[in-house]
Design a protein around this ligand. Structure first.
Ligand code: CMX
Length: 136
């Protein structure tokens, strides 16, 4: 399998409003907008950093995976997301090679992407997301 590119870096935050000006004003990154992702129980803010995005993730429910993460580890790097072709086939390859998938089939993510997560225990402690534009 080969990924096409690093799509975005996910950062868990308690409050997007509190952190937005650091990324937008202090670092001068382009703010691309806010989105609710009900399937993941998060609200996200995107910033463009060259060819890569930063995704700030704020939990919207106490049982959101990001709420659990914040409780356990605090704010900071949450996941890396890589763009792939044919997500269904990539998931099958990873499962065949013995990796533990959180998502065994694609599910909807932000930015009109279909996504699937590899369990961090199978990716050396780094939560890894594969994503594919939904209309491809
Ligand atoms: N990065 C690295 N390790 C992580 C992690 C993360 N983001 N989140 C959890 N873990 C680790 C925990 O520290 C824990 O490790 P230890 O057993 O060594 O303590 C282990 O994974 C299990 O974690 P847990 O707190 O017991 O939580 P759960 O098992 O309930 O869930 C996980 C963990 C990764 C399966 C869950 O967070 C998940 O399904 N994540 C994928 C979905 C997601 O994160 N969505 C939000 C982003 C959506 C988006 O980008 O749109």
């Amino acid at each position: 399998m080969s990924v096409k590119s690093l799509n975005h870096v996910g950062i868990a935050v308690r409050s997007i409003d509190e952190q937005r000006s650091f990324y937008e004003r202090t670092l001068g990154l382009e703010f691309e907008g806010l989105e609710d992702v009900p399937s993941q129980k998060v609200r996200v803010a995107f910033f463009r950093a060259g060819g890569v995005r930063l995704e700030l993730l704020e939990p919207t429910e106490p049982d959101s995976p990001v709420a659990k993460f914040l409780e356990k580890r605090g704010e900071g790097l949450h996941h890396l997301a890589f763009t792939v072709d044919d997500l269904v086939a990539r998931i099958a390859e990873l499962k065949e090679s013995g990796l533990r998938m959180i998502d065994e089939e694609p599910r909807p993510g932000s930015h009109h992407m279909q996504i699937a997560f590899v369990h961090p225990k199978s990716s050396f402690g780094v939560l890894t997301e594969l994503c594919e534009p939904a209309d491809e």
